[in-house]
Design a protein around this ligand. Structure first.
Ligand code: PLP
Length: 248
């Protein structure tokens, strides 16, 4: 086995173990938590190695970068590709044609476009609504950092429910960066509360998935209810900045 595969396999096992410990400490089952291995900014051989090491879900931020890597990889039917970054409407087609899941739906305009492209393609796209729990202007997602803003999300959900080719599965958040995961915990708690609020208001809609937590804070995210953790560097190592700039 090559060195890179071995390293990634060990990292993945370590992360799985930590997820399992965090889940148990919160009275949850570790099977409820799926690991998205984030491969943005990683070269092809790293992605290949991650697949050999047992990664099942790969997360990418930049549609062109992801597409170019997908085209050069052998086809792996068992791998799911998840879009986790902000998506410009004009690049929506790349996602509809190549991705299995969208974590970062953050506008009605984008939802409309994705829905129309899915219609043409004859497919459904599972999506999460990205919520801006930190209130940072520089980030995507519907503003949700104060409870009084949550009712503004009701018409958003209502509109999305009218898009028949999009399937809402839950919420996603990318809180303000902080090296101390305890500082990030309140944002995870807030996303969980927002999930409860939306579930109460739309009892027939499935909001069960919560995508939250990265390399630095996934333990805390799992304790607070994450069902998807999005982990890059802790599994596949540091990124090559030039790759992600390619399509920025
Ligand atoms: C890059 C990225 C991640 C992974 O970050 P790491 O620090 O490498 O774990 C997760 N989510 C989103 C939205 C990202 O852009």
């Amino acid at each position: 086995m090559n060195h890179l595969v071995k390293t990634i396999q060990e990292n993945l096992a370590k992360v799985q173990e930590q997820v399992s410990v965090a889940a148990q400490s919160a009275g949850r089952r570790s099977e409820e938590v799926k690991i998205v291995v984030v491969t943005k900014g990683q070269p092809l051989e790293t992605i290949q190695a991650a697949i050999f090491a047992g990664a099942k879900i790969l997360g990418e931020n930049y549609p062109e970068e992801a597409y170019s890597k997908m085209m050069r990889l052998e086809r792996h039917e068992e791998i799911e590709w998840h879009m986790i970054g902000h998506l410009q409407t004009r690049k929506a087609k790349i996602v509809v044609e190549n991705f299995d899941f969208m974590h970062s739906l953050d506008s009605i305009r984008l939802a409309e476009k994705l829905n129309r492209l899915c219609e043409e393609k004859g497919r459904k796209l599972p999506v999460l609504l990205e919520c801006n729990v930190g209130g940072e202007e520089s980030k995507g997602g519907w503003m949700a950092h104060e409870e009084r803003l949550w009712s503004d999300l009701l018409p958003v959900v209502e509109t999305c429910l009218g898009f028949n080719n999009l399937e809402i599965h839950g919420l996603m958040a990318m809180p303000p960066w902080d090296e101390n995961p305890e500082h990030t915990r309140p944002y995870f708690v807030m996303l969980k509360k927002l999930q409860d609020f939306l579930s109460r208001n739309f009892p027939s809609v499935d909001f069960s998935e919560l995508s939250m937590g990265t390399s630095v804070d996934f333990n805390v995210a799992v304790q607070e209810g994450a069902t998807y953790v999005r982990i890059g560097e802790a599994i596949v190592g540091s990124r090559q900045k030039n790759l992600s700039n390619l399509s920025a």
